[in-house]
Design a protein around this ligand. Sequence first.
Ligand code: F6P
Length: 530
Amino acid sequence: MKTGHAAALAPPASGRGAIAAAAEDENPRQAVGDYSFVVVASRLPVDRVEGPGGGPEWQPSPGGLVAALEPVMRAASGAWIGWQGAAGAPPAPFDTGGMHLVCVGLSASEVRDYYEGFCNATLWPLYHDVIVAPEFRRPWWQAYLQVNRRFARAAAEQAAYGATVWVHDYQLQLVPRMLRERRSDVRIGYFAHIPFPGYEIFAQVPWRRQIIEGLLGADLVGFQRQGDTMNFLRACRRAAGLATKGSLVRVPDSAHGDGGNAVGPRSQPRRHAADGFAAGRVVGAAAFPISIDAAAFGELARREDVRARAREIRAALGEPEIVFLGVDRLDYTKGILHRLTAYGELLDEGRLGPESVLVLVASPSRERVEHYRALRDEVEVAVGRINGEHGELGNPPVHYLHQSYPREEMAALFLAADVMLVTSLRDGMNLVAKEYVACRQDETGALVLSEFTGAADELGSAFLVNPHDIEGLKDAIVRAATVSPRDARRRMRSMRRRVREHDVAHWAATFLDALKQVPEQGQLLAASAP
Ligand code: F6P
């Protein structure tokens, strides 16, 4: 699977840009690795489990991203660089499922300052329209620099000469440039899984220019929605003073970080005034809405054990007429309190009664971050109030589950639910909406979907809502619960078609094709708009 390329050496590092150079980065010579396709993501695509002898073992985690990239990984000699999700020394690299896995270790203080701090108490709220106030702390930024540098170094070590490296998400925005500084021979893609905010919000971050420069180390920067792309292009102009033309950004020679310290020499053809740009690199930006492995969810939903489990769930709930379902990480971006407010008021007003139940799966997430702890308390108070006021012995209207479940159980829940409630206040995509649709093979069921999700761009046949408008949300919940079978089928059929035709494999292929084209063509395939 390896390319067997002989290790090449680069000259000593010099002339680093603003986001380079700390002690651990002073690696004077850059060896070239063996892997021609490298994924760099915050998490590894495996879960650490206890083996039979009590020692740690790794099990593939069945995420859509892994499923989509697995064929590319197998065909192209793939490595995946990520974090194991807990503080401590990383295990040695290992091979599994046709992939080479390289774990980047984080110390306890890096988990606090980088992961819980800069990623999830600065960037996450900032990029989700400041639903809660982001905190800007300088030591957190230092930790972000340090950890991004470590990921970039690992990528540089694994990538073969001329490899494609695909960097994922907000935790690693500096990696593209840091990697380019070491390895100008590689082709770099970056995909933002979460929204990119409007400039007035983005401008708050004290390190906005460094973040833009970090991202522009890539050849292609992908987003979920066209609006995110526009916000990014504007930030390139405003925060970094760069020229943009259509979906392209010109990065002048001085700002693209391959100033002599990298393995070379893949560089794009220099563009001239005739192209509308002066000399320099050209970076593409476009929308590539992510999706799910729709066929895998369809298969799960056809399995007899999963269907039996769905029946069991409805029986355990007391065979209600209508099962409403919400499935989210317990996160303030998901609008869980708005959903509970609407549901509670519908019960208060008698518009819903004991014939319906709400199953609320809120899986634990980022539990040491203050806003997440506070949200958990608020959700549990709200659930307790509704159940206290409207429940009967053995028959609460809200079944709240602060737990994570395997995919089989999720598919059974999707099959058991008549109405799926997705009420995010801001959401890059919301894959749960697509998973629900993919499981509804008999074309029954209804989806209430926030217009502030990426999924709303594609699933226009859902009952679209503004979750801040509680009256509108209540009306949509009632309409979804009482939709005629014919209308439900029409809506579900069109959503299912979209999810089937634009699955995660389509997403990955579209992005990687566009990445190949950036330097040669200077134009991008715009993502397939719905
Ligand atoms: O959507 C962004 C994301 O980082 C996903 O990639 C991930 O599944 C989720 O948020 C939870 O992230 P984490 O548990 O790593 O903080």
